[in-house]
Design a protein around this ligand. Structure first.
Ligand code: AMP
Length: 541
């Protein structure tokens, strides 16, 4: 087996491309790109290396410096992978933005990070232009779908790439060098930029091999979007650092198309999410009968709790085991998984990987006993641990106590060491595996004249795990007509993203708050679910 780190070189871009070529994989297919229209294009590791080299040179030409922050804002497409790897080779920090983000979501992230540049497509330029005056550090935008530079500071990817050399030597990159930036939502305040270091490749590599059980002959498919941590850690870094062939598909959810993809491409390992699996489970079992899924060894899943029914369905209808894995943006890689070869307890996240120590701690930091709920914590120092929340070291420090990182999840451990997810210890909503901040939605709602105040909560949902519910107090004389309901939903979709758009908007006279003015979301949740709201003695009169 090839050594991952040679002569102290931790650079992720280098390891995923140049290092693979040097190890004899230059002509091996790294990526089979299947477009939404089912056109197939193969890229070898040699192609990935050359394209990412060009991209690194291109950043140099534009005067970008190592340590600057550059973003991709693209749907899944080959250029996104080249840009990501090239940016890392250049030792510039690469942030990835979900392609569905609206202006508010973009502005928060681009301004907080003081981003220097961004690669996107023509149809998204309008959004960026509207916020650009508020982004003094944003120097340029690269568009993947124009042939020539169009206006000042708006460049053609093609023109820049054509002019850039395919030769590049990646400077020695020590393990602590900042690498990837992902914004994540909290229950208070703006999104936080979790910054990772190049050393994360160690854990992403070992867990792809040992947890997802991917080997060098596999054809691997990760459905996650590159805007989120799973898409970068396990849709780019883990598999390519192992020299594995990945299929990337540019289309949206369609059960038959997905099954056809597994059959045609002979996919052997598939990493996906519970919401997608629950959608597949809702299809008629007959849909699956014509497909030959014999190439597929197993499925792994991440992002939300995996219901035992889904696991049973997987075995019965697809004939495949589904392995739940747990991690989060801040952990950079899988820490608590189920995996092939170890017994599964249906509904459990599994057992911690060898490299880490996971603990269930009470709020005062003491260990709680088995089968008792507490904070899920990880002993500080695992190799893919984030290095800070940029511009918010205080928040970062607040997540650590006595050498443990507090994940924000509550869980318990059973007698045999299996970990079971209980919920979040904050108000963050997990809808279809994506975290939504109630605070962000509430802030965006206040942009509408009709709304005086609002409270946003997540409530259980059979398909999405949780759905977003919005309570609003309206200005005098305004009622919640269908037009206003639609306006509110569209507003959130446009300003933040469709993921954050409320499923229901409920008008009430006054949003319950405690005496210090904090929205009592637990009361709203109880009202919605028809439950007793518990102690409301702290509620404002
Ligand atoms: P993110 O940082 O957006 O990737 O979201 C991470 C959060 O998603 C975790 O802190 C959990 O709350 C949730 N999550 C991820 N994987 C699982 C899982 N296997 N089971 C339950 N919750 C999960």
């Amino acid at each position: 087996m090839n050594e991952l780190i040679v002569a102290g070189q931790y650079n992720i871009g280098h390891i995923c491309t140049t290092h693979q070529c040097k190890s004899g994989l230059k002509d091996k297919t790294a990526m089979r790109w299947v477009s939404a229209h089912h056109e197939r294009t193969d890229y070898t590791f040699g192609d990935l290396d050359a394209a990412s080299n060009r991209f690194a040179n291109l950043l140099d030409t534009l005067g970008v410096l190592p340590g600057d922050i550059f973003f991709t804002f693209l749907p899944k497409m080959p250029e996104q992978f080249f840009a990501f790897l090239g940016t890392l080779k250049h030792r510039t920090i690469c942030g990835t933005l979900f392609s569905n983000f609206g202006e508010d979501a973009l502005l928060d992230r681009l301004s907080d990070s003081k981003a220097t540049g961004i690669i996107t497509k023509k149809s998204f330029l309008r959004k960026i232009k509207r916020i650009w005056p508020q982004l003094p550090e944003l120097r340029f935008v690269i568009l993947v779908d124009i042939d020539e530079h169009s206006e000042e500071n708006v460049y053609s990817y093609k023109q820049l790439m054509d002019a850039a050399s395919a030769e590049w030597t990646t400077a020695l990159t020590p393990p602590e060098t900042p690498s990837v930036l992902h914004y994540t939502s909290g229950s208070t305040g703006k999104p936080k930029g979790a910054l990772h270091a190049h050393r994360s490749v160690l854990l992403q590599n070992s867990t792809t091999r040992d947890v997802l059980a991917v080997n060098s002959n596999d054809i691997y498919w990760c459905t996650a979007d590159q805007g989120w941590v799973t898409g970068t850690s396990y849709g780019i870094i883990g598999p390519w650092s192992l020299g594995v062939t990945q299929v990337h598909f540019g289309g949206v959810y369609d059960a038959s198309v997905w099954m056809d993809l597994i059959q045609t491409e002979r996919i052997t390992v598939w990493y996906t999410a519970p919401t997608a699996l629950r959608m597949l489970m809702r299809e008629s079992p007959e849909l699956y009968a014509p497909f030959d899924l014999s190439s597929l060894r197993h499925i792994s899943s991440v992002g939300e709790p995996l219901n035992p029914e889904v696991m049973v369905w997987g075995e019965k209808i697809l004939g495949k085991k589904i392995y739940d894995t747990w991690f989060q943006t801040e952990t950079g890689g899988i820490l608590i998984p189920n995996r092939p070869g170890t017994p599964i307890r249906h509904g459990s996240m599994g057992k911690p990987i060898d490299e880490i120590e996971a603990a269930i701690l009470s709020d005062d930091g003491s260990q709680v006993g088995v089968n008792t709920h507490g904070n899920l914590c990880i002993k500080s120092g695992w190799s893919s641990m984030f290095i800070t929340y940029i511009n918010n070291q205080e928040k970062y420090d607040s997540r650590f106590r006595d050498g443990y990182y507090y994940t924000g999840d509550t869980a318990y451990r059973d007698d045999d060491g299996y970990f079971w997810f209980v919920g979040r210890s904050d108000d963050v909503i997990n809808t279809s595996g994506h975290l939504v901040s109630p605070f962000e939605v509430e802030s965006a709602l206040l942009e509408l004249d009709e709304i005086v105040e609002s409270g946003v909560v997540g409530v259980p949902d059979d398909l999405l795990f949780e759905k977003v519910i919005t309570y609003v107090a309206l200005r005098d004389g305004i009622t919640i007509a269908p037009e206003l309901d639609l306006k509110i939903k569209l507003h959130i979709s446009n300003r933040l993203s469709s993921i954050a758009a409320p499923h229901e908007v409920i008008a009430i006279e006054k949003i319950p708050k405690n005496k210090s003015g904090k929205i009592m979301r637990r009361v709203l949740k109880a009202w919605y679910l028809g439950l007793d709201a518990g102690d409301i003695s702290t509620m404002e009169d």
